[in-house]
Ligand binder design. Structure first.
Ligand code: HAM
Length: 423
């Protein structure tokens, strides 16, 4: 009979072999974020659809093609979160964080959902570590979040990282630049790919993100927004570049970096890693979003943040040495059926004493079960048969020295702890 269901396309299981890498990423996130004073936050997996439509933008790929939207039994339109920033801004106001000393620094880890074409490094359920700083607009905070991301990669031992940087201006200078871009592209509309003709109408900045070969020559000569920033945006961008240099974080200016979500103002950036190749080389990205709170109907409040992709980072960690799996101290074996209850009781005693104990529920030959204990990496095997049970004792076998001793039940925690320590 065939299984009734397959793993859903675009999802993946993080199997035990990958968990050491996964836990390393979680610990590194905690370390990098808390060292800079960020506090953890968790928001719901689904939100009102409008939250994402208004924040990411109607014309963005995320909203136009990639959302998991459904109507619940109460007739509400809900969406599985495609990204974290909009939810965090909502929670900042909902939870009264706007009343605390500003800025508020937050970090989060968790799953996100986008209906994209699955391939290596691109999934329909993926995971991010993200940070957001809300409530103050100083350009140094842009550099701080970039540095938290940089620190995360360095905690993981990932070098060979490229940081791309751009400024996309704000509501003062961007409208004029948008028209300039339209004026530049207008005479060449018939040479553009189909997608670009739609972008020309709806979201001209995204013309700069086109990867289609036929559009590249035109794109290469397009006016650059960094040459058309208003005074305050230009000053902020100069501060960001200066502070990055002072912090020793190398970056490359990329005038075509515009990002796929519409809420950004001023600084935008992406971390890239050569080994991933192709379109999936962005390991993370972010930027400033000073207009987002007002767009969502709240008091105008500046913010900046970043998110890194844990699934893509896992692909890089896998290229290195396998992580250290969680170990086992004791493998408990009952020789005969009637001894199982006694072995179970001793295993419970040892766990209460702080030891990691795996109980063998089988009835195979002892040598086969000892081989299993070795494969599990157990340092000690605890063996009980009818004689040990009758006398209230247990055999403790040192798996590497292949020596064993018999001890009474009341000494079992001390004896096993000592044997584990010596092994
Ligand atoms: P994003 O660039 O859309 O930004 O996503 C950040 C990272 O998440 C990407 O660089 C990538 O590593 C990972 N990622 C995105 N989509 C997928 C996917 N389908 N499969 C695997 N990995 C994926 C944001 O989400 C913004 N919220 C970042 C931000 C925070 N901006 C300001 N604050």
């Amino acid at each position: 009979m065939a299984p009734v269901a397959q793993r859903v396309r675009g999802t993946q299981d993080i199997l035990p072999a990958d968990q050491p890498h996964w836990e390393l990423m979680e610990r590194a996130a905690h370390t990098a974020a808390t060292r800079a004073g960020y506090q953890k936050i968790a928001t719901p997996i689904f939100e009102a659809t409008d939250l994402f439509v208004r924040s990411a933008g109607e014309a963005s790929d995320v909203v136009a093609k990639e959302m998991y939207t459904f109507t619940d039994r109460g007739g509400r339109s809900l969406t599985l979160r495609p990204e974290g920033t909009a939810s965090i801004v909502r929670a900042y106001f909902d939870g009264g964080l706007d009343q605390e000393p500003q800025p508020v620094r937050l970090f989060y880890l968790g799953p996100f959902f986008r209906y994209d074409r699955p391939q290596a490094g691109r999934y329909r359920q993926f995971h991010q570590f993200g940070v957001e700083v809300i409530g103050e607009g100083h350009a140094l905070l842009d550099v701080e979040v970039i540095q938290v991301g940089w620190q995360w990669f360095s905690e993981l031992g990932i070098g060979d990282l490229g940081l791309k940087l751009n400024s996309i201006g704000d509501e003062v200078c961007r409208p004029a630049y948008r028209e300039l871009l339209r004026d530049y592209y207008r005479p060449h509309l018939d040479t553009l790919c189909e997608e670009d003709r739609i972008r020309f109408e709806r979201n001209p900045l995204r013309l700069l993100d086109c990867k289609v070969p036929q559009c590249q020559p035109l794109k290469a000569k397009a006016p650059r927004i960094v040459d058309h920033l208003c005074g305050p945006c230009a000053t902020a961008f100069a501060s960001v570049k200066g502070a990055l240099e002072a912090a020793g974080i190398p970056f490359e200016l990329d005038p075509s970096l515009v990002r796929g979500l519409d809420y950004y103002t001023r600084t935008v950036f992406e971390y890239q890693h050569g080994s991933l190749g192709g379109a999936q080389n962005a390991l993370g990205g972010g930027g400033r979003y000073d207009g987002l709170a007002a767009e969502l109907g709240y008091r105008s409040t500046p913010g900046v943040g970043l998110a890194v992709g844990m699934d893509r980072t896992l692909l890089i960690l896998r290229q290195g040495s396998p992580g250290q799996a969680e170990g086992v101290d004791v493998y408990a074996i009952a020789l005969e059926d009637g001894d199982q209850g006694y072995a179970f009781q001793l295993a419970s005693t040892l766990r209460a004493g702080g030891l990691r104990v795996v109980l063998d529920p089988g009835a195979a030959r002892l040598d086969a079960r000892l081989r299993k204990a070795a494969r599990k990496g157990a340092r000690v095997a605890l063996i009980v048969g009818p004689d040990e049970r009758a006398r209230g004792e247990a055999v403790i076998r040192d798996m590497s020295a292949k020596t064993q001793v018999t001890v009474p039940e009341r000494e079992i925690i001390a004896a096993v702890t000592q044997a584990v320590g010596a092994a």
